[in-house]
Design a protein. Structure first.
Length: 249
């Protein structure tokens, strides 16, 4: 039997899902690959994995995949791991350096600049980052936990999305190939549920407090992150996608 090819994000926020996939017992004969969000998106766009956790900024580029409606990487307000960092208040910023690991966050900052802060900025790639007094940078994932300390100003993009829309935010969703058997998807969904229900156990077993000393792991996984793809997150997901139709984003 062919192994189920699964790709997921390699950050701390995805560990409840990873724990469930590996330890729930609901899944057998699978191959799990962990990558930064942009590479997860690339693989799915190329139609490689059977099941993928993909940034929503890439969702409209997918073909032959269906959306798993139960779980996601989301937050209800402040997330702490998707930040705009600068040494000046946002009103003075002229250049924003985007994060090559991300697509959703890079597009989210463009939405916020256009719709919330309403300022004019130039966008460049993070690899070229020049920390001058008029520049800012996007920082996502685990590196954001420590990187924000190097800057005077830190803007949580999910928090400002909530201020703009009143909605939670969805960073990534699970998708699966249209020909995937129903029982496999049912078992996969059960494995994700198992991981979410066992966050306390995985924190202890994987010694996450030792591995991530710069953040309160319990608070991050239980309160900053939210994994249930509920009605409000579906609304947020669809609203974000609708805003991407703006030609300036």
């Amino acid at each position: 039997m062919k192994k189920i090819d699964i790709i997921a994000v390699s950050f701390l926020n995805t560990l409840p899902f990873i724990y469930g996939i590996k330890n729930s017992g609901f899944l057998e004969n699978f191959k799990l690959q962990l990558e930064v969000p942009s590479i997860c998106a690339d693989h799915a766009i190329k139609n490689i994995p059977d099941i993928a956790l993909v940034p929503i900024g890439s969702f409209t580029h997918l073909k032959d995949y269906l959306l798993l409606n139960d779980y996601c990487l989301g937050t209800t307000n402040i997330v702490r791991s998707v930040l705009l960092l600068s040494n000046q208040p946002i009103e003075k910023i002229k250049i924003i350096y985007l994060d090559s690991d991300s697509r959703t966050s890079n597009k989210l900052i463009k939405i916020l600049i256009l719709k919330y802060w309403k300022i004019k900025v130039e966008y460049k790639q993070n690899e070229e980052f020049d920390n001058n007094h008029l520049s800012a940078k996007i920082s996502i994932g685990d590196k954001a936990f420590n990187e924000y300390k190097k800057f005077q100003y830190s803007y949580d993009l999910a928090e400002y999305w909530h201020k703009l829309t009143g909605l939670p935010f969805v960073f990534a969703v699970w998708v699966y190939k249209t020909d995937t058997k129903n029982n496999i998807i049912a078992n996969f969904s059960e494995s994700l549920s198992f991981g979410i229900e066992n966050i306390d156990n995985l924190i202890k077993e994987l010694k996450l407090n030792e591995k991530y000393p710069d953040i309160d792991v319990y608070t991050y996984l239980h309160k900053n992150m939210n994994y249930i793809f509920d009605k409000e997150k579906h609304k947020a997901f669809n609203h974000y996608l609708s805003l991407l139709n703006d030609n300036t984003i």
